[in-house]
Design a protein around this ligand. Structure first.
Ligand SMILES: [Zn+2]
Length: 318
């Protein structure tokens, strides 16, 4: 048995019909891990949906109301880029519950992986780019509300910039200029890092705490060196109590929506590097999957499955 949990439900499936987003990937990863004996059935824990109160820790009441009542405008649904349905709302609430559960298990075990989630393009008041709600931010805010953590860091390695996450955790301006803040750190309790292809969606990239704009076609070695530097720099500025790693599969060289040139092996080295660094610092790490649009679905499934195998290699004591 693994010394950490994999959070998964068959209901992670997103009912979006034929779409570039392969909604069946979660089940395929689950099945592949079991077939390959990378884990056992007992390693999986099933999430419950987040409550509306959890969602409201991040999202505006008006947006949540629109989602619950099916009253998004045509423009808002277009921006979401996936077809709205009440069933889809339920799947996203479950993804948020899964990320909350993974964060909680990570704090106990040092690492936990949700075989889903990573919807980093969702903003407080709207969704976009296949992301209805921001499960990563909801998990962080719930852990903070429960006083399990005070601070967190997001390390977003999806090929697309984590625009929603950046806006949600943007430092708040001091409320009363001239008044000395009692707590200097109160303005940034979540440090956001995004490594992404510059020449890609989203066109407008709101500032993260640390953005790394990567050139088209960047390969394994340059990517890994840049990632190591960025994560080290972030950790030298900010010591979080939890890292939320967004392990997008779309920096892959054969991705339909990505323009970087990482190999499957390079992506596994990426995961290994992130896990080794978090472990060396003694910081718990929670993982979500985010995007992955390889021409061959089996490649996306391999990349995500390798994230679990990399975690096993780093966290299982030999
Ligand atoms: Zn992406």
């Amino acid at each position: 048995m693994l010394p950490f949990k994999l959070v998964y439900s068959e209901d992670y499936f997103l009912p979006i019909g034929t779409h570039v987003f392969p909604a069946e990937k979660y089940k395929r990863v689950h099945d592949r891990l079991l077939e390959g004996k990378a884990c056992e059935a007992a390693d999986f824990v099933a999430p419950r949906p987040a409550s509306d109160d959890d969602i409201l820790l991040v999202h505006t009441p008006r947006y949540v109301e629109k989602l619950k009542t099916g009253t998004l405008s045509a423009m808002e649904e277009l921006q979401l880029e996936i077809p709205y349905s009440p069933e889809l709302v339920r799947a996203f609430w479950l993804a948020a519950g899964g990320s909350m559960l993974a964060a909680d298990h990570a704090l106990n075990d040092g690492i936990a992986i949700s075989i889903g989630g990573g919807f980093h393009h969702a903003f407080p008041d709207h969704g976009e780019g296949f992301c209805m709600i921001n499960d990563i931010a909801i998990a962080i805010r719930r852990m903070q509300r429960d006083e399990k953590i005070r601070t967190a860091m997001t390390l977003d390695c999806d090929v697309h910039q984590g625009n929603g996450t950046a806006v949600i955790f943007a430092p708040q301006p001091a409320r009363s200029p001239g008044v000395i803040s009692r707590n200097r750190n109160s303005q940034t309790d979540v440090f956001t890092i995004s490594l992404h292809q510059e020449n890609n969606y989203p066109a407008f990239k709101p500032p993260s705490s640390l953005d790394v704009n990567l050139p088209d076609g960047l390969g394994d070695n340059e990517y890994l060196a840049t990632l190591g530097d960025a994560f080290s720099m972030g950790l030298s500025k900010f010591q979080p109590e939890l890292v939320c790693y967004v392990a997008g599969a779309d920096p892959y060289c054969e991705d339909q929506l990505g323009g970087l040139s990482l190999t499957i092996e390079g992506l596994k080295r990426r995961d290994t590097l992130v896990f080794q660094m978090a472990k060396a610092e003694g910081i718990p790490i929670m993982v979500t999957f985010a995007g992955g649009y390889a021409h061959r679905l089996q490649d996306t499934v391999t990349i995500h499955s390798n994230t679990v195998i990399a975690a096993k290699e780093v966290f299982v004591r030999k």
